[in-house]
Design a protein around this ligand. Structure first.
Ligand code: AMP
Length: 216
């Protein structure tokens, strides 16, 4: 199964991604997570990426496409993968097409999460992530068992710097300007699955599984 998850920041892509990759036993490729790990490991690319992430801007395409290219050359993607947060503009979608062509691979679905701006802002302002393992929580919708502490590893839960209000508004604007057109890019492929991201985590997952089942 080769899946792309699309949709505005905070719509629930990452949370649903974790459930789907477990179900299909495929790797979760989140370019945002890769950049955060590269920064955490004190790499040059990580530092460059962070300067864009902190401003709510997209990391340049040459850097982003290269990390995806490297990721797709690893062994574990042979039986499928799930992209979360890539491609984020048309140039990245074209670059991905080339990478897939080289390997003779085709996509199975482009899942397009939809929600209103109000809901997205509410979701992002309540989002907390584990500083240590990156697990994602929400203060109301998916609270940890103990406030401020990760259920999985006991790490400290924090708010991402780029989840603060001014940066969120910039990320949303960039989403509408650059990322939403990618849906148009895949329009004729027959792969787009529109999903209502305003529902509960379980209902959203049930909808995705139903449509994926019907596609196969
Ligand atoms: P995310 O975790 O997907 O919300 O991504 C966090 C930030 O990482 C984004 O706001 C961008 O600054 C950067 N980023 C993640 N994926 C990409 C991408 N495909 N292209 C450019 N920048 C990205």
């Amino acid at each position: 199964m080769r899946i792309i998850m699309m949709g505005p920041p905070g719509v629930g892509k990452g949370t649903e991604a974790v459930i789907l990759v477990k179900h299909f036993n495929i790797p979760h490729i989140s370019t945002g997570n890769i950049f955060r790990e590269l920064f955490h490991d004190d790499t040059e690319i990580g530092k460059i990426a962070k300067s864009y992430i902190d401003r709510g801007e997209l990391v340049p395409d040459d850097i982003t496409n290269e990390i995806v290219h490297q990721r797709l050359s690893k062994d574990d993607v042979k039986d499928g993968f799930l992209f979360d947060g890539y491609p984020r503009n048309i140039a990245q979608a074209e670059a991905l097409d080339k990478m897939l062509e080289e390997k003779n691979w085709t996509l199975d679905a482009v899942i397009n999460f939809q929600a209103t701006d109000e809901l997205i802002i509410e979701r992002i302002s309540g989002r907390r992530v584990c500083k240590k393992c990156g697990a994602v929580y929400h203060i109301h919708n998916k609270p940890p068992k103990t406030e401020g502490v990760c259920d999985q590893c006991g790490g400290q839960l924090i708010q991402r710097d780029d989840d603060k209000q001014e940066t969120v508004l910039r990320r949303l604007r960039i989403y509408y300007d650059q990322t939403e057109p990618v849906i148009g890019y895949y329009k004729d492929s027959g792969l787009i699955v529109n999903i209502d991201g305003s529902q509960t985590i379980e209902k959203t997952n049930a909808d995705i599984m139903k449509v994926l089942g019907e596609m196969n």
